[in-house]
Design a protein around this ligand. Sequence first.
Ligand code: ZN
Length: 170
Amino acid sequence: MESSIYDINTAKEEQKIWALLQDVKDPEVPVLSVVDLGIVRSVSIDEKINIVITPTYSGCPAMDVISMDIRLKLLEKGYKNINVQQSLSPAWTTDWMTEEGKQKLKAYGIAPPNPKQQFCTTDMFAEEAVQCPRCGSHHTKLISQFGSTACKSMYQCQECKEAFDYFKCH
Ligand SMILES: [Zn+2]
């Protein structure tokens, strides 16, 4: 059992793992995979399978769940020696989200993170124009810094009155 299946074609195995990670959903937004979100930073194989993940904001409580889900998914497929590490630097940015991920988020009724927002502070955050996922209006108002979970804040559209979650940058 010593010779692993991994070294036959490492690159191919890494690709397979990326594909499996598409099935690992974010516990807060179940339509998004951890790959869509861009929190999986790297997959590499040596003696172990090394997966590096970066939380969407530091202290995100979902990260332990995500680490475990990744591990379980790979164990289920027969992989062993799985090493999931969290990396806090560089910090996650909305640029790491895939276009597909942003579209899925919108379809799910959550406003995707504003791509222009590179350095967000709480103050700037409150003034930022968030687009309503229902009617597309930018005439929206921050209701609460905390939405249904700590990773989201809550907005209300002034046009259609829809209340919706906005995915925080970190
Ligand atoms: Zn609206």
